[in-house]
Write a protein that binds this ligand. Structure first.
Ligand SMILES: Nc1nc2c(ncn2[C@@H]2O[C@H](COP(=O)(O)OP(=O)(O)OP(=O)(O)O)[C@@H](O)[C@H]2O)c(=O)[nH]1
Ligand SMILES: [Mg+2]
Length: 164
């Protein structure tokens, strides 16, 4: 299982920390950019464990080499920074068009919701042309959630998605 990214610091590491619940997170929390990839094991409610591999933002040029065998993909987009949405959209398209991921379940996480507005979320989806992608890629199972590793918003939803 992987968490690919958009090129800027979209919030993957903080989201995983929050999901793992092993550290208190508040406004003073900080992360360092993930160098290469990083494995995190998360305990789910149904006594199962999942291992998630974060693919650091700098790894997108070679992220294909990590795709084979992935059953679920979590793609994290920073909704508080619309300047990088078009790049995030292109990479997302690359992801869903990838043949080795044709049967993978895809979760699109709109992150940093604590510092973005609802209108920005709608703009982000429009700019990523999600409606069109869903129409044209009907066979794809794409779920969208809003989340924040800082406030914990959406973490339960993310957990549920990992459980099924
Ligand atoms: N306000 C706010 N800031 C966040 C949130 N998530 C992450 N950040 C901040 O955004 C920056 C990048 O977060 P990371 O979690 O390291 O991002 P990343 O996607 O893992 O980045 P790379 O590993 O470089 O690909 C850090 O300064 C975080 O504190 C969030 O939900 N809300
Ligand atoms: Mg990271």
């Amino acid at each position: 299982m992987h968490i690919p990214t958009s090129p800027t610091r979209s919030g993957k590491t903080l989201l995983l920390k929050k999901l793992k619940q092993d550290e208190k997170i508040d406004a003073t929390s900080s992360t360092v950019p993930t160098v290469g990839t990083h494995f995190t094991t998360v305990q789910l409610d149904n006594m199962k464990e999942v291992t998630i591999r974060e693919i650091g933002g700098t790894m997108t040029p070679i992220w294909r080499s990590y795709f084979s065998g992935a059953k679920k993909i979590i793609y994290v987009v920073d909704t508080s920074n619309l300047c990088q949405i078009s790049v995030a959209g292109v990479l997302f398209y690359e992801l869903i068009a990838e043949p080795v991921l044709s049967s993978a379940k895809i979760l699109l996480v709109l992150s940093k919701m604590d510092v973005s507005y609802r209108q920005m979320r709608n703009e982000a989806l429009l700019m990523m042309q999600l409606a069109r992608l869903k129409r044209e890629e009907l066979h794809r199972d794409i779920t969208v959630i809003e989340a924040s590793g800082m406030s914990g918003h959406g973490i339960e939803e993310l957990r549920k998605w990992l459980e099924v």
